[in-house]
Each structure stands twice: as C-alpha cells, then as structure tokens.
Write a protein that binds this ligand. Structure first.
Ligand SMILES: CC(C)(COP(=O)(O)OP(=O)(O)OC[C@H]1O[C@@H](n2cnc3c(N)ncnc32)[C@H](O)[C@@H]1OP(=O)(O)O)[C@@H](O)C(=O)NCCC(=O)NCCS
Length: 182
C-alpha cells in the first residue's frame, strides 16, 4: 500500500513512519532528550532503537481515528520531528494533535506549517469536526502554534498530565470544521 504523505512544498512534507525509519528517529530522539523530556512523557521510556521500533509498530495511518496516526516531518530528506492524531473519537468526530520538533529546526515556522497542513487534511479528507491541541501552561512555544493558527483556547485542564514527577496544567485549544480557513 502507498505510504501516507502530505506534500507541503518541494523541501518539506509529512510522511507515514515505517520500521526503516527507526534508527534515524531514535538518533533524533537521543539528540533532543533534554529539549523534549520536559513536555513528553515517552522520552525517558525510549532507551534504545527497539523502543522506537515498538512505537513505530504501534502507529497506523489506516484511519485518522486509529489511535496513533503518526507522520514524520521530512525537511530536505531528513526527519526533523513528528506530528500525530491521537485520542481519536469517531463517534463524536473529534481528533487531538500532538507534535515535537528537533531543537535545530525550531524557529523556522515548520511546526506551524505542519500543523496547518494536518488540519487541512483532516477537514478535507475525513469527517472530523473538531480538532484539539493541548499544551502545558509552561510551554509557551507550543501554545504559540494553536494561537498562530487561530484555534480557540477553551480553558485549562487542571493537573491533566503527570510528567517527570509533577502534575502539569494544560491549555485546551480547539478548532471546528465550520471555523477553519483553508
Ligand atoms: C513546541 C515546538 C514544536 C515549537 O517549535 P517552534 O519551532 O517554536 O514552532 P514552529 O516550527 O511553528 O516555529 C515558530 C517559530 O518560528 C518563527 N517563524 C519564522 N518563520 C515563520 C513562519 N513563516 N511562520 C510561523 N513562524 C515562523 C516564529 O516567530 C517562531 O519563533 P519564536 O518562538 O522565536 O517567535 C518545539 O519547541 C518542540 O518540539 N518542543 C518540545 C516538545 C513539545 O513541547 N511538544 C509539544 C507538546 S504539547
């Protein structure tokens, strides 16, 4: 079957991850441990390439509601980060987006563009009606992405994540199909 791919421009696309990506993705995780672990609970649990392989094997692009619809951000042929749909709720046509970007590629607008393209895809190609982005209140760089894309901040989920021994409050942002500007 053809791999899921969203082309953004000649230098940049999103692509389904496969087991062949395991080594590259694990090395990127290794290089970014300190940058990622403050916000992403899976980082400390990823200790070797086998853990990355197990993660890839658990993903699926068969449906946006599949659980872990995970795409790599490919910038000039290299993996520079990941974006996904998770917590898919088909009954209520709702999806949540998660993302991370290698530190060296921060500050260029790549994740904002990836996020916009993934939301475009969901509203064009699927029956999703509501897309959520949740960001820790102490993660302004992440919260800037839904802000830039015009998502509505619904409120704060109190102590919604347990990360590195601490409870963290999360902003919950969302956009509805009826509001999205392609
Ligand atoms: C959160 C994270 C993805 C943000 O990365 P980022 O590079 O700031 O986000 P973008 O790629 O959208 O780039 C935006 C930055 O590029 C700048 N930029 C340059 N050109 C731009 C353009 N054309 N469009 C938008 N922004 C642009 C913006 O001004 C902004 O920089 P600033 O923060 O100095 O103002 C990244 O820091 C990360 O992975 N952090 C760790 C993991 C994490 O927190 N994940 C999210 C959990 S909810």
């Amino acid at each position: 079957m053809e791999k899921m791919k969203i082309i953004i421009n000649p230098q940049f696309h999103l692509r389904e991850v496969t087991l062949e990506d395991a080594e590259e993705l694990f090395l990127l995780t290794e290089d970014n441990r300190e940058h990622l672990r403050a916000f992403l609970p899976w980082v400390d649990a990823t200790q070797n390439v086998g853990d990355t392989r197990a993660f890839i094997a658990s993903t699926s692009c068969d449906s946006v509601y599949s659980g872990k619809f995970a795409l790599a951000l490919i910038w000039e042929q290299k993996i520079v980060g990941m974006i996904d749909f998770h917590n898919g709720d088909h009954k209520n046509k709702s999806l949540e987006i998660g993302y991370w970007l290698s530190k060296s590629y921060n500050g260029k607008g790549l994740m904002t563009l990836a996020c916009k393209s993934l939301i475009d895809y969901a509203f064009r190609e699927t029956d999703a009606n509501r897309i959520i982005v949740r960001c820790a209140v102490n993660n302004p760089k992440s919260q800037a992405i839904p802000n830039r894309l015009g998502l509505i901040q619904e409120g704060i989920e109190r102590e919604a994540n347990w990360i590195n021994g601490l409870f963290v409050n999360l902003y919950r942002n969302s956009v509805l199909r009826s509001e999205w500007k392609f």
